[in-house]
Design a protein around this ligand. Structure first.
Ligand code: ZN
Ligand code: ZN
Length: 350
């Protein structure tokens, strides 16, 4: 079983490729091109579950393209029905597919806990020993969100269990939601991989961030899906530091200026190995002078084999970061090599 945390620029898309040409998709990125390329390359013919954590376009934007390309080849669609949902192209497409009898209403499921606040099963696959569950939001949070304008606050938190191994997809979930998860479990959620919520952006106050990573959820590998040129100063230094302090190895799909001054030099260091996803080995944009889509870890590929979790190319990635840490012409320490947040470099609030 392979998990791809796809390099989609600023956005999130995770694909779990199962045996027999099947897959589970958790978020689709802003456009959907990358996810369709990957699904095609992995010869996926059937999507067991299409899960959209929340309705920000950087997660849900590509869902319409997936619904079109996999018409009548999707098991169930899980979504969060918040205030934004009915305005999305994702919903527009669902409606169209239902009207044309390509999709049935009973294939649509709200991504939330059951009415007793218990985790709800999304998908189980005995042959793969795989179980997918939703840990948040609650039924009532979701009802509440219909009148709110903050989709991240009711983002789905989805956990994948495979034997003793565990992967968490956190969409855009904030501290309040994590607190709910922690209180319900009364224990830290230890996971092998965390798809870090909200691209490593602001999910709470600084103290809450420190409590979130380590107390609520403690990952071995933390994948931050982030775009080189994002307006929000993602990922935040306090988030990356909290993750590193909690013992996580941090992998960002793309690198930003907060890690490296001269991105085009780094692009040359990193180039040639990132054919899956949005990062380019050549500086394509000569007009604006802004570097875009410079890979750091690029698309992160994780193999779940037996009781092991193997992050492919992790050694190469470490070597690349070492180069970044030592080369004087690249300036500065990358975020994931800083031990404590320096007070003078506080990120602006996104
Ligand atoms: Zn979001
Ligand atoms: Zn997002």
């Amino acid at each position: 079983m392979k998990l791809y945390c796809l390099d989609v620029g600023q956005g999130t898309c995770n694909v779990l490729v199962l045996r027999g040409g099947r897959a589970v998709v958790v978020d689709c990125g802003p456009r959907g091109e990358e996810v369709l390329t990957l699904l095609k390359r992995c010869r996926v013919q059937y999507i067991e579950r299409l899960i959209v954590s929340h309705n920000d376009s950087d997660h849900s934007g590509g869902a319409a393209a997936v619904l079109t390309a996999y018409r009548k080849a999707i098991g169930k669609v899980w979504f969060v029905k918040d205030s934004r949902f009915f305005g999305t192209p994702f919903w527009g497409k669902i409606e169209e597919e239902i009207n044309q009898h390509h999709l049935r209403k009973d294939q649509l499921v709200r991504l939330e806990l059951d009415e007793d606040n218990q985790p709800r099963q999304i998908y189980a696959d005995r042959s793969e020993q795989l179980l997918l569950k939703v840990l948040a939001p609650t039924y009532y949070d979701n009802l509440d969100s219909l009148s709110k304008k903050a989709p991240n606050s009711t983002s789905g938190i989805v956990v994948l269990e495979k034997g003793e191994r565990c992967v968490v997809f956190a969409g855009g979930a904030g501290y309040a939601e994590w607190q709910g998860v922690y209180e319900a479990r009364k224990a830290t959620l230890h996971c092998d991989v965390l798809a870090v919520p909200h691209h490593g952006g602001k999910v709470g106050k600084e103290k809450e961030v420190a409590r979130l990573y380590g107390d609520a959820v403690s990952p071995r590998y933390a994948v931050i899906s982030v775009g080189t040129e994002n307006r929000y100063s993602h990922p935040r230094e306090d988030v990356v530091c909290a993750l590193v302090e909690a013992g996580a190895s941090v992998l960002c799909t793309q690198i930003t200026r907060r890690c490296c001054g001269n991105l085009e030099t780094f692009r040359r260091e990193a180039s040639g190995r990132f054919d899956l996803g949005r990062s380019e080995s050549q500086w394509a944009d000569g007009r604006s002078g802004d570097s875009q889509h410079v890979a750091c870890a690029g698309t992160v590929v994780i193999r779940l084999v037996g009781n092991r979790v193997i992050v492919e190319r992790s050694r190469e990635h470490r070597r690349l970061i070492n180069v970044l840490s030592t080369k004087t012409d690249l300036r500065g320490q990358p975020l994931c090599r800083r031990t404590t947040a320096s007070p003078q470099s506080k990120n602006p609030t996104p």
